[in-house]
Every structure is written in C-alpha cells, then in structure tokens.
Design a binder for this molecule. Structure first.
Ligand SMILES: [Fe+2]
Length: 392
C-alpha cells in the first residue's frame, strides 16, 4: 500500500464484461481490506477463482507461535542467535516462531528449498527482512525479486510462494495481525510520501507483473495452503492459480532495501523513533543504518540507558559495530522487555564520546504488548546475556 499501481490488461471500467479477442470472459476478483472501506486491488483472472477439487486437513504448516502463562519469566534481558537454525526445508512451512503477542508474531526462516505449494496467510500481513540470500516471490501481481537487506511486504491472504535463487534464504518474519504499513505521518493529505519521510516512492520495488497472459496461464502447483487462526487448510485446486492477466489497485507485494533508508541525525541524541520505518497496531519497526552521529562537541552518541516502561524492544543485529553492545554479532536478536532498564554495555557509553560515525545496521521492533518467548526460542537463547552487564 505504497501508491496506486496498474499492470497488464484491465477493462476501462470495473465490474463490466471484459473479454479476450476470442470473446472469452475474464473473471474479476476484488481483493479488499478493512471490509469494503480499506485499500483494495482488482484482479482479472483467466478462470473463475473459486473451484477446488478438494478442501481439507493438512499435516503441513509452520508451528504456531504459542506461549504459555510463564513465558518470559523471570523477566530479564534476552539474546537469541538466529545462526543456530540450520538451512532446511521450505519458507512455506519451516518457520521457527520465537516471540509473540496478540499483535505480532516473530518467526525465523532458514529455507534450503523453494516452496512447492502456495500460501495465503489470513492471519496477517507478513513483513520479511531478508538476512541473507535472494529469492523471487511469485504472486498474482507478478514476480518480485528480493535479496539480502530487503524488507518484503506480503499482504494478508495474498496467494504467493517463495522461489530461492542461488542458495538458502535467511529471514526474520513479522506476522502482523492488524496489518503493517507506512506510518501515517510519513504521508501528505493526498497520500504521497512527504519530502521529509525517510524514503521516497522510487525506493519501493513492485512486482513486474502480471505473470499470465490471455493465452497462457503460468504453470504451478495445485496445492494452496490457507492459514487462518493458526490453523492450516489445504485446497487442491483445479488449475494453477497464477492466471491473472491484469491488476490495478493499492494492494500488492513490495520490497524496500534497508540501504535506501535515509537516516536523520541531530545535534544531540534523538530517540529511536526517529528511525521509524514501518508500523502496525501495537508495534513500530525501525531501521538503524550507517550514518553520521550526533554533532554537539560534548554529545554522547551512544544511546542513553533508558526505562521505556511501556515497550518491549527487539533488535536484529545485521552488520557493523553496534555502538551499545559487545559480544553481539550478526544474526543475534536481543529482547529487552519493559519493566527492566536497559542501555549500553559497560564502557560503551564512555567510548562513544568523540565518535563521528556509526556503521551499524540493525532492524528494531518496539511493541506495546510484551513479546513473549516461545518454547523454540529457548533453543536459540544465550543464557548469560542478562549478566553481561555485570561490572563486579
Ligand atoms: Fe532501547
């Protein structure tokens, strides 16, 4: 939902008879959000969208991000290492849930194979951050090429599958139950991205679609897995679903490279919200990218210790020397829960005085509801992290 787009063949008016040269009717599908009041797209299919040979149970599906009443207890700073997840299986159903609350679930993916079926995730928008590898995302909107460093947005219930390019794919995935989008204050009254937003319309890559033509439907698997309320249903389709010859609207997958994020620096240290990138109900995603740091002669560029009493904070460390942490390498994920003060490791605060740049690259998510660890997260946890602040 960045801007209006149109690709392929669409009729001059919606809801009118639209035919190919031989007189065959195309079938319109309205893909609407927020009931019929929100953003929407029109899809024009070669075939009717509803037939399925069979609907039923499936043994496939990624583990639900479930947490028990004692998850996250005792309350302490935690560190997880995504490098411990071996490449295995498909992005479709080999996701490791690590943290969750009612608004968002966080999964880690280390896929070794392309998806052999389609997924439509009805439980939320998916915001991916590609840690390593490259892929092509196939959807009715067309092919979307993505690579390391990209955020990738997959709209709720959009049929798609991931094709790996050249090797395994590592990613962190936020499943946002109320959606995820550009923060409202980045737009002007007509919806255009403002000049002071940290990115421009040109920074977003959209699918080069559609995939099908009036004469040829894209071949593909006949299995479609639909996820809703954490449960998976298998649809055995009559025909491959990539039969869209044209589409128009605001809802389509897109990619945004973190390197295109334009950071802001102040005379003195600015709060982390200055790095806002995407947002959804109950959470905010921020990008920390290489930049000039605070330029007051007495500035302390390292983040000040803080008690953000209403937010849990997750950070995925990607590259560079993260100013405030030691012993935290690429692929590590810290969770600093509300209720416990957090800040730089001992010595980092003092050492930052006089520095002029940072080369850190990291993705942060702040949530208003506590992010609780799953049972799978404990396999990735560094048990000594909380105590790494000890000075005596
Ligand atoms: Fe923080």
């Amino acid at each position: 939902m960045i801007e209006h787009r149109q690709a392929g063949l669409v009729p001059p008016k919606p809801h009118t008879a639209f035919r190919d040269e031989a007189g065959n009717l195309f079938y319109e599908e309205m893909f609407t959000r927020g009931g019929f009041d929100g953003p929407f797209s029109y899809f024009y299919h070669r075939y009717p969208t509803t037939p399925a040979r069979e609907v039923g149970e499936t043994h496939r599906g990624f583990p639900a991000a479930t947490v028990d009443a004692h998850a996250g207890h005792p309350l302490k700073r935690r560190l997880y290492d995504s490098n411990k997840i071996e490449p295995r299986g498909q992005a479709l159903d080999r996701r490791v849930p690590i943290l969750a609350n009612k608004d968002v679930a966080v999964y880690l993916v280390h896929a070794a194979e392309s998806d052999d079926a389609y997924l439509a995730n009805g439980d939320g928008d998916e915001l991916w951050f590609v840690q390593a590898g490259a892929a092509r995302v196939e959807s009715p909107c067309g092919w979307l090429d993505v690579r390391e460093g990209d955020y990738v947005w997959i709209p709720r219930s959009m049929i798609h599958r991931w094709h790996l390019v050249g090797g395994p794919l590592r990613a962190m995935v936020f499943e946002a139950h109320g959606g995820v989008m550009v923060p409202r204050d980045f737009r002007n009254p007509v919806g255009q991205l403002r000049m002071d937003a940290p990115y421009t319309h040109r920074d977003f890559v959209v699918p080069a679609g559609p995939i099908a033509t009036p004469w040829q439907v894209q071949d593909g698997p006949l299995d479609l897995f639909v996820k809703k309320r954490g449960l998976w249903t298998r649809y055995a389709l009559e025909r491959p679903p990539m039969d869209v010859v044209g589409w128009e609207g605001f809802v389509y997958p897109w990619a945004f490279a973190i390197e295109k994020y334009q950071p802001k620096t102040g005379l003195l240290h600015l709060p982390p919200t200055i790095h806002s990138t995407f947002a959804g109900p109950g959470f905010l995603v921020c990008s920390f990218v290489p930049r000039v740091v605070d330029f007051h002669p007495q500035a302390i560029p390292c983040p000040y210790p803080h008690s953000s009493v209403d937010c849990d904070e997750l950070i995925l460390y990607l590259r560079g020397n993260f100013t405030s942490r030691k012993g935290v390498g690429p692929g590590c994920i810290s969770l600093h829960p509300a209720g416990v003060a957090h800040g730089p490791h001992p010595g980092a605060y003092e050492r930052s005085i006089g520095t002029t740049r940072t080369d850190e690259l990291a993705v942060m998510m702040d949530t208003f509801e506590p992010l609780l660890p799953t049972a799978q997260a404990s396999n990735l946890e560094d048990p000594g992290y909380h105590d790494s602040w000890k000075t005596a």
